[in-house]
Design a protein around this ligand. Structure first.
Ligand code: ACO
Length: 402
């Protein structure tokens, strides 16, 4: 068998590909995207089927283990995840060390990184059992951590997980329950929450997933790797776009101001971009955006707020942008973040929680890709090369002679 990587290394060949627009850094069997056709498959299954007919924990199982579970396997997996939803009690003190006005993403980067200290019995990446325990711990505890980051930021007491609830309902309750009254989870909202989780579960080698893989290639522990992924996701060009998009829609405010914002997005001297529009890989509709749009309509109707002005601005903005030659030429279409914020807002989440929700949903994707990478017998440390454009060799000059 010819090891092509060795051959290239020996030949001293390297490609110059800023932003990795056409460089595959790994092989994978988890997620397939056809950006031209707007297709997204997890282990072969189309995302719209998974979002409509499956549910998040089943999709987690599929991503992690490669096949849809039998009823018994699913029950066992759900029980396992449910049993790990609590976080170490000492971690409460860790939360309390943060300023109350910290962004919940800042808190999450810190807390998830700190899991290496609280759960060091599952940091040995060479031990298969420890790898499995770390995976389950991350998927199970992430909703608890995200909800705690939220509760802490609004000055309310933490709410412990309730293990008789499903994953999405449990998260909603941990976010919205207050001590004086028991929070009744609305099943419509729980289903919509679960769908948002499913739509964000994995997306092959995006920036945060590549960050997780690069961190892990050095042998770093799983909690440190996922914390690195959260840090990368936070940026407005990636996961931070959902917060930025809703803020933009609110700033536009009314459909009559749309032309002004479209003009700004097209102006090369203005750094403004239409948030929730465009994608590195999709040069057609993001299939997740289609499901998200349907979900937004459904949720707002069921909540009796069909006349939501933000949704109206979003729909009109989408219509105007899609008819504009600038967006057509550059193949810019709504992405997953365009409608997700409207649903989250209707559920009662502040914009600062949008990206933490993305992070918790994407955790299974990061973990699946991390596991896949560790199982690769040819795994090498990730070490991109560079095209050096700096000074050629020169002699040091004493400070008095400069
Ligand atoms: N509004 C206006 N123009 C845009 C937009 C946009 N949202 N997105 C891209 N363009 C333009 C660029 O100005 C560029 O024009 P040029 O060729 O004249 O210079 C061209 O389209 C190509 O854009 P790039 O930035 O080179 O494309 P890239 O693949 O690197 O970027 C990205 C993709 C980052 C998603 C970009 O489209 C963007 O910034 N979108 C807004 C932020 C956003 O919604 N991010 C979420 C992505 S999905 C996710 O992470 C879940």
């Amino acid at each position: 068998v010819i090891d092509i990587r060795k051959l290239y290394a020996q030949a001293g060949v390297f490609t110059y590909d800023p932003g990795f627009t056409s460089t595959a850094a790994c092989d994978s069997t988890i997620t397939y995207i056809d950006g031209e056709a707007g297709v997204l498959l997890h282990r072969g299954y189309p995302i719209d089927q998974l979002a409509k007919d499956s549910h998040y924990l089943e999709v987690c199982y599929l991503l992690l283990y490669g096949e849809l579970p039998s009823a018994a396997q699913l029950e066992e997996f759900e029980t396992l995840v449910t049993r790990h939803t609590m976080i170490h009690e000492q971690m409460h003190n860790f939360f309390r060390g943060f300023r109350r006005d910290a962004h919940p993403m800042a808190t999450m980067v810190g807390v998830v990184g700190a899991m290496s200290a609280f759960y060091h019995d599952s940091t040995d990446i060479n031990d298969e059992h420890q790898r499995e325990v770390a995976s389950i711990r991350l998927i199970a505890k992430m909703p608890t951590i995200a909800a705690m980051a939220y509760k802490y930021s609004i000055g309310q007491p933490f709410v412990y997980p309730r293990n008789d609830l499903d994953y999405a309902s449990n998260f909603l309750r941990m976010c919205f329950s207050v001590p004086a009254e028991e929070y009744e989870v609305n099943p419509i909202l729980a289903r919509a929450m679960d769908r948002i989780f499913t739509l964000h579960a994995d997306h092959e080698q995006n920036a945060s997933t590549s960050t997780v893989r690069l961190a892990s290639s050095s042998g770093a522990n799983p909690f440190a790797c996922i914390a690195a992924g959260i840090a990368c996701l936070w940026g407005p060009a990636h996961g931070g776009a959902n917060q930025a998009c809703l803020e933009m829609l609110r700033e536009i405010g009314t459909p009559d101001r749309i032309p002004e914002f479209i003009a700004r997005a097209k102006d090369k001297n203005d750094p403004f971009r239409l948030m929730g529009f465009g994608h590195r890989v999709y040069k057609n509709f993001d299939p997740r955006a289609k499901v998200m749009k349907e979900s937004a309509d459904e949720v707002l109707e069921l909540l009796g707020i069909e006349n939501n002005p933000t949704l109206q601005v979003a729909k009109e903005l989408e219509r105007v942008a899609l008819e504009d030659p600038y967006f057509a030429e550059k193949k810019l279409y709504p992405n997953v973040d365009f409608y997700s914020g409207i649903i989250l807002d209707a559920m009662g989440f502040p914009t600062s929680m949008f990206t933490p929700i993305f992070a918790l949903a994407r955790t299974v994707g990061w973990v699946s890709q991390w596991k896949e990478q560790l199982a690769d017998p040819q795994l090498k440390i990730g070490r991109p090369r560079q095209l050096y454009l700096g000074a050629t060799q020169r002699d040091y000059v004493d400070i008095e002679n400069r």
